[in-house]
Ligand binder design. Structure first.
Ligand code: HEM
Length: 290
């Protein structure tokens, strides 16, 4: 496991355990009707302005701000070049998931007033993030996370093919078969809605195609040591994914562009209203708990 993955796993486990512990502790309180809450012993701590509720709000808001570090790294803001963009995106996703979790706990599941606009924008951006992530991974990228040019893609495809032929002795027909996409005639190009449906169908059927490839490899290359067979399968998977990404690139690129157009304004509305909310709360005399 890489250091990045290990750190991310530790972050997710600790944040989820902490959020889970708060939820278990205050579950009874969150279930109470608004008028019953002041009678609960947890009210002073778990209400949005309570010692814990307030702290959870600060934690969630800090995470919502920290997720913008990805934009700064992507644009090399102030010369920021540290780390790979794809690693920063994973950090963005961590803050983008856990931030709203803590903000939800802060609200004590009671939402109203102008800040509701920020809350629903946050939930919309978070949920749409999952669609963005699906589109993002369909664009061929280098290990750094930067997009590959068409020339780099062709080059990568050629070197993977070469490896399959020269190192593993696979025949050209088999390689061509790996490159076929379920539901598409070889070399067929689709556009518009038809391409989106073909992409979805492909997503759903790819796992069966790979299972077929694995079965065939087991029969034809039974003499290959287990470890080598594993490596070969990884190369085949890479090659098949690359062909798929190249085929659907002209569909996915505009979709990702339109997704950006919808995703970003919600994010900015959320942040602006979040600051207005913080200013109003401080003006009304609430103190920072930390
Ligand atoms: C409320 C939480 C979130 C906010 C406010 C937010 C905000 C943003 C913003 C402003 C961008 C544009 C970055 C840029 O191009 O500079 C972005 C990109 C992106 N976000 Fe989020 N996001 C959130 C949650 C998520 C989640 C939960 C996911 C995934 C599960 C996600 C996945 C992505 C992806 C894939 C991109 C596109 C990266 C790219 O094209 O470079 N986001 N997000």
């Amino acid at each position: 496991m890489s250091l990045h993955r290990a750190i991310l796993t530790i972050l997710y486990i600790s944040a989820l355990m902490f959020a889970g512990a708060v939820l278990v502790q205050a579950f009874g309180y969150y279930q109470l009707a608004l008028e019953q809450r002041p009678h609960s012993s947890l009210h002073t701590t778990m209400k949005p302005g309570g010692s814990w509720g307030h702290g959870l709000g600060i934690l969630g808001s800090a995470m919502m701000l920290l997720l913008f570090l990805y934009s700064a790294r992507k644009r090399r803001f102030c010369g920021l070049r540290f780390g790979k963009t794809r690693h920063w995106l994973n950090i963005h996703i961590f803050f983008g998931i856990m931030g709203p979790v803590f903000v939800n706990l802060h609200t004590s599941f009671k939402i109203g007033g102008i800040v509701a606009v920020s809350y629903y924008s946050m939930m919309a951006v978070m949920l749409s993030g999952f669609i963005g992530r699906c589109l993002y991974v369909k664009i061929p990228r280098a290990l750094s996370g930067d997009e590959l040019t068409m020339r780099e893609m062709q080059e990568k495809k050629r070197s993977l093919n070469q490896l399959l032929v020269e190192k593993y002795g696979l025949d050209v027909d088999f390689i061509a078969e790996i490159g076929t996409l379920p539901g598409l005639e070889r070399g067929e190009r689709l556009c518009g809605i038809a391409a989106i449906f073909a992409l979805l169908k492909n997503d759903l059927t790819r796992v069966f195609q790979m299972r077929g490839v694995r079965r065939r490899l087991r029969c034809e290359l039974s003499a290959l040591p287990r470890q080598e067979a594993g490596k070969l399968l990884q190369i085949i998977k890479q090659q098949s994914l690359l062909v798929r990404k190249m085929t659907f690139l002209s569909t996915v690129q505009p979709l990702l562009h339109y997704w950006h157009v919808a995703h970003k304004p919600f994010a900015y509305v959320m942040i602006i209203i979040m600051f207005v909310h913080i200013a109003v709360v401080l003006m009304f005399g609430h103190q920072w708990v930390f």
